[in-house]
Write a protein that binds this ligand. Sequence first.
Ligand code: AMP
Length: 214
Amino acid sequence: MGPPGAGKGTQAQELKKRLGIAHVASGDLFRQAMEEGTELGLVARSYIERGELVPDEVTIAMILKRLDELDCREGVILDGFPRTIEQAKALEEALAERGEAIATVLYIRVSDEVIVGRLSGRRICRNCQANYHVIFNPPKRPGVCDLCGGELYQREDDRPETVRKRLEVYLAQTAPLIEYYRKAGLLTEIDGEQDIEGLTADLMAAIRRSGFTG
Ligand code: AMP
């Protein structure tokens, strides 16, 4: 968990490599659906472009379907989900039905000033959704993905007007989840203002402490 621009996507991709488990990002799934022009994509676009959350019902159904896929069997890194208390409760129920549970909730903490700078320089691969930053995490060749050679683009919702709205939505709807998971004894807070490698090391240490074995 963490505000937009905290580094969730970048870190989740690294953790996926190290842990060998699936990375499930609700935002990536919505963007893929938008690129493919599916019905889900059409519904999601209207909310995403305004910086608002896609309704819980739609989001929960999409994620639970994804969690049923084979690559999620050994565990999963959830990125950008849950974002509301209702989503968190739906996730808990679905996991309980499967005899599974959340191992740990990693909260990447960063200040508002840092967020705006990070989002304005962010670039995403159109093909594999890898995350870059023009200054902090540049690709080897400008505009080209290191991993798959895909074209990099700037997300429409990383424009300043939409970023402000997304931060408001985060504070109103997602920040309360931090307390929810703290009370449940699942939360580990990590300093998100350090460099990318330091942050990965802290996340890996927290995962090891949680006892997650995959
Ligand atoms: P992200 O890539 O995580 O920043 O997500 C981009 C946008 O997708 C968000 O601003 C929301 O509009 C939508 N979205 C992603 N995850 C969720 C979620 N769990 N619940 C509702 N909307 C979401």
